[in-house]
Design a protein. Sequence first.
Length: 267
Amino acid sequence: MANPFTYLELHSTDAARAKSFYAELFGWKTRDTPAPGTGTYTEIDTQEGPGAGLMAQQEPGGRSAWLAHIRVPRTEIKGVTIQGEAGVGYALDSSFELPPLMFDEEEIEALVLGARIVRAWADRKLARAAEEGLQKIENVVPPRLKSKILESALMAPDFHFSDRFRSGLEDLRQAIRERRKARFHYLDKAQAGSERTVHPLGLAYWGQTWTLTAWCEVRNGFRTFRLDRIEGLQLTEEKFETLPGQTLADFLAGMAEEDRRLARSTK
């Protein structure tokens, strides 16, 4: 490896607890030495790989973080100026932005728009997750990019939607993750009702409504249900098996084949 990791260092908000945790978890051996100005520095013997150390986080309000030291044979790599000298240490110029958070303006706008769409059109848990994810990005990007997040003019209004159009979305997401069967009363477009027991497979948003794709035990086949026509949704404790021919991948493959068939018929 041309530029291997040579040393790993943990700056912890609870150094004593971190030392105990890693020693017990991995069997690492540690040795404490006095460190003027910072308290105690803990050297870590990991038995193999690069050396490591641990110290208390010195930055007020800072979070625990692992720092990686990399061997750099030259002080300039692909136009990135590295300041320092061997035996003392090296540092990147403060103007350099490290990946993976080196977003450009288009990427920032895509992230903001995606988060705003989720916040406006998904259930409350996803909306909260989108908002928190966006805040995390704001906290770590450089100031010039942070302003792009705050100033983005791409909107996703939600005032024209009622809660009914996304009714049951959170529960159905849970059913998909946990492979739990769902039961509900369904009204079709003619307002004819039927009782259904389904294997929830996927959810899709179409601009005006959410739909559930599922394997329907009553019809013994794939069916798509509008969430705003589902009544009395219940998740059962019964799990469904992932059987060949009854998966989301099978449904999507069937849809793709139908599209190809229609395309051939119109030629």
